[in-house]
Design a protein around this ligand. Structure first.
Ligand SMILES: Nc1ncnc2c1ncn2[C@@H]1O[C@H](COP(=O)(O)OP(=O)(O)OP(=O)(O)O)[C@@H](O)[C@H]1O
Ligand SMILES: O=P(O)(O)OC[C@H]1O[C@H](OP(=O)(O)OP(=O)(O)O)[C@H](O)[C@@H]1O
Ligand SMILES: [Mg+2]
Length: 420
């Protein structure tokens, strides 16, 4: 059956019969975000999909299969503009992976921590994902929203780190608080409105055509026309050029200021910064997997440390074991791997050092720091010192093992032999 899903130029009611319009599930077998090979993409990101997803390419564009181009260096793409650009550089710098641009107008840069192994290229987020997909870049950092939109669930793409903890936002449908949708509070209510017909489809303005198409296919709604738009989409319903919008939301201020509201069931994708890679590069390009491992470790060490404080307190006790038992009896003082308890030496009556106090060191979650301080005081802790942590290099990051699973590789290919 043909879908009524179609693209319409902004500001017109005409619904063009473009290639997007015909999307037979037989020609494009369901894969993308629900395929087993895309395990990493799926984690927590796609919220509202109800069925498997079709991979129709963007318009008529055919994506060449990623190929391995001979080169000695690895290439990484990062956003050249917009709010992700600065945050990406900040994250890399905080993870001891600073990027050095020789000249502000140049698009290529170095990452000194990686020596001559790595080139960094500044590109628009859409081009970062396109180039990682084609194999021109081996890895990239960008918002998951752009990755999902321009990556189209391609098997050539792999998510290495799905939560870099910046650029948090989500892609959601929003409807006007006025007019026909004034009383609409959920997706079901919106789609059940009798006014949307083949001749009068629901016009959705968005810059995320692939995700919109996929979303409406998944909910089985056909009387929809996608209107293309890039910025200030919130103005389109008031101008009469669209009925609703599908756009990024962060604080929700822009929606409120434009008399629009989110609806239940209308969230399409959760987004934040992600590190992505080309599958073939990881599997076949010399040094790529090792470099990605090192980057992942450095990023995780920084991101993990950002969540924690080191807390040191003095505590009276008859032995280190007694003090440790007291601390371990409190849930909020568990720390990373249990407390470190060290003797504090004070001069005794005879001038010799004696011990009746211990220094307890734990790692406390920033979010619950005050609870930890109170708990320490409750069991006799005093002189509580709190300091930031810079890096936490723990065991092998869980995301590394997930990546190896995704690549069909046995764990520990860096230290041991790779097996597939
Ligand atoms: N309001 C927001 N809050 C947080 N992150 C956002 C927000 N809007 C966008 N982002 C994230 O930042 C990325 C880049 O958005 P941004 O608007 O800064 O750049 P751009 O869209 O390339 O520039 P422009 O909007 O000027 O074309 C988005 O793809 C998304 O991942
Ligand atoms: O929920 P909020 O915190 O209000 O953020 C949401 C707004 O942020 C983005 O726009 P941006 O600032 O990038 O402007 P643009 O529309 O010109 O891209 C997005 O497209 C929304 O309009
Ligand atoms: Mg923007």
């Amino acid at each position: 059956m043909l879908s009524n899903l179609s693209t319409a130029a902004a500001g017109t009611r005409d619904v063009h019969s473009l290639s997007l319009r015909v999307m037979s599930r037989r020609r494009h077998p369901p894969v993308v975000l629900s395929s087993s090979s895309s395990r990493c993409h799926r984690r927590n990101h796609l919220i509202a999909t109800r069925a498997s997803v079709n991979t129709a390419p963007r318009g008529d564009v055919k994506h060449a299969e990623a190929k391995m181009i001979e080169r000695d260096v690895l290439r990484m793409g990062i956003p050249s503009k917009g709010r992700m650009a600065e945050d990406t550089l900040d994250l890399l710098s905080s993870s001891q992976l600073s990027v050095k641009k020789l000249n502000p107008r140049q698009y290529a840069a170095k990452m000194p921590a990686m020596g001559d192994k790595m080139e960094v290229w500044f590109q628009r987020a859409s081009d970062v994902v396109r180039k990682v997909r084609s194999g021109d870049f081996d890895i990239g950092i960008l918002g998951y929203d752009m990755f999902a939109e321009f990556g189209e669930g391609a098997d050539d793409l792999v998510v290495v780190h799905d939560a870099l903890r910046f650029g948090e936002c989500y892609l959601a449908l929003a409807v006007p608080n006025y007019g026909a949708t004034a009383g609409v509070n959920s997706l079901d209510e919106l789609l059940a409105m009798p006014c949307w017909t083949e001749e009068n489809p629901l016009r959705v303005v968005t810059g995320y055509q692939y995700l919109a198409k996929t979303f409406f296919e998944n909910v089985g709604f056909e009387n929809v026309a996608l209107v293309a738009g890039d910025g200030a989409l919130e103005a389109a319903p008031a101008m009469g050029s669209a009925d609703i919008i599908l756009d990024l939301v962060s604080t929700g201020t822009t929606l409120r200021e434009n008399n629009l509201k989110e609806i239940e069931g209308g969230r399409v994708v959760e987004s934040q910064g992600v590190l992505v890679a080309n599958r073939k590069s990881l599997l076949e390009r010399d040094g790529c997997l090792e470099t990605v491992h090192e980057m992942l470790e450095r990023l995780e060490a920084h991101l993990e440390a950002k969540k924690l404080f080191t807390v040191v307190a003095n505590m009276r006790g008859s032995s280190a074991e007694d003090v440790a038992s007291l601390v371990m009896s409190c849930d909020s003082l568990k720390g990373l791997q249990g407390p470190t308890v060290a003797p504090v030496y004070t001069p005794g009556a005879d001038g010799k050092p004696e011990v009746n106090m211990y220094a307890v060191t734990i790692c406390a979650q920033k979010a619950t720091l005050y609870d930890s301080v109170k708990a320490l005081r409750d069991i006799g802790g005093s002189g509580v010192l709190v300091s930031p942590l810079t890096y936490v290099f723990d065991e092998e990051p869980a995301r590394w093992n997930l990546l190896l699973d995704e690549l069909g590789m046995e764990h520990d290919p860096i230290r041991g032999k790779e097996k597939r």
